[in-house]
Write a protein that binds this ligand. Structure first.
Ligand SMILES: *Cc1c(COP(=O)(O)O)cnc(C)c1O
Length: 341
């Protein structure tokens, strides 16, 4: 298999069209058999539910080459399950888990030439998504849907090492109690764009969102969950019904406990206690963990002792262990690595 001639280390995090994508349509109450296609365009009604009332959800995972040359994905079953939860909450039909896994396998295999080689730091990003394709004008769920998976090669998240981020406590809310914060819906991102642009204009990398009801508890950022490390090396992550259940975060908590023998806690985290933590990181598929060096709350600064140059020691251990599992250097828990070929 001849790989595409791309400068893997420098391709950045942008959409780049690959050869094949997967499409399945839902009509008259069932999904069609689905197919791979070279057609990278979508043609839908001008009145499609997704265009009028944002009825859409998505997932994100990556395919990569392990040290011994296999192409694999990491825990795609959890992406399938999360997308099922998203679909149900948005009154969309569920794309069955077995079919989801089969479609991921097929679309990655069909784009094998775009799966970056081991050691490049790059990956093939996989984006499953679903949207309402048939017309609606009264507010109600559409009758027809399209499920697609596109792939796009993306460069290493940290070029030249993981620089700790500076984040600010946002004045905006990300998710309401009993709202849609726990599902991966496009609408959660549409309304976060203004908040993140404001944060960038003010010189910050990311927003820390607090719980909308009391504004006293830590939730997450626009696209990543928080992990904190206490001064006595306990790993703490916020618990809330309006946080998106990150697969990376759930995996890191397992790794902390089972591989590193650390104490772990998933519990409500009050903003007032953040200043007492030793380390802070953001977790998600793209970066695994991005270290946070500083949090600014309306001019008041919290600096973590890990500083602005490197990841904290526990964060680093978590990062090395999980990436070691993903790359096949360390033995993975059963079912975590899905081998494509
Ligand atoms: C996707 C996402 C994450 C990260 O989830 P992973 O499964 O680890 O990639 C965290 N927060 C939000 C809001 C997200 O949409």
């Amino acid at each position: 298999m001849e790989k595409k001639n791309l400068d893997w280390a420098n391709i950045g995090f942008n959409y780049r069209k690959t050869d094949m994508r997967y499409v399945s349509n839902y009509k008259n109450g069932s999904w069609d058999e689905g197919t791979l296609t070279t057609d990278d365009t979508v043609v839908i009604s001008e009145c499609a539910g997704v265009l009028q009332y944002s009825q859409s959800c998505f997932e994100g995972l990556k395919a990569y080459t392990t040290e011994d040359g296999h192409i694999v994905t990491f825990r795609p079953d959890l992406n399938a399950e999360r997308m099922e939860d998203s679909a149900k909450r948005l009154e969309m039909p569920v794309f069955p888990k077995e079919r989801f896994l089969d479609a991921v396998t097929k679309v990655v295999a069909a784009n094998e030439a775009y799966v970056p080689p081991f050691g490049s730091g790059a990956t093939l990003y996989i984006r499953p998504y679903m949207f309402a394709s048939s017309p609606v004008i009264g507010v109600k769920p559409a009758e027809e849907y399209q499920f697609r998976i596109l792939t796009t090669p993306v460069g290493p998240y940290f070029k030249g090492g993981a620089k700790p981020l500076t984040i600010c406590v946002s004045d905006f809310d990300r998710a309401a109690p009993h709202g849609t914060g726990h599902i991966k819906a496009g609408l959660n991102y549409a309304m976060s764009l203004h908040a993140i642009m404001e944060a960038h204009r003010n010189g910050f990398d990311e927003n820390m969102y607090l719980d909308a009801a009391t504004r006293t508890k830590v939730e997450e950022t626009g696209g990543a969950n928080f992990l904190f490390v206490t001064k006595d090396n306990k790993v703490v992550t916020p618990k809330s019904n309006s946080i998106l259940p990150s697969i990376t975060r759930r995996s890191l908590m397992y790794v902390a406990k089972e591989y590193l023998g650390l104490e772990v806690e998933e519990r409500e985290v009050y903003f007032d206690e953040v200043k007492d933590f030793a380390e802070c990181g953001l977790c998600g598929t793209a970066a695994v963990i991005s270290p946070v060096g500083k949090i600014v709350n309306h001019g008041e600064e919290i600096q973590f002792s890990s500083g602005m140059e490197t990841m904290g020691p526990v964060t680093k251990k978590l990062y090395d262990t999980l990436t070691g599992i993903q790359m096949g250097r360390l033995e993975a828990p059963k079912g975590w690595i899905h081998v494509i070929k």
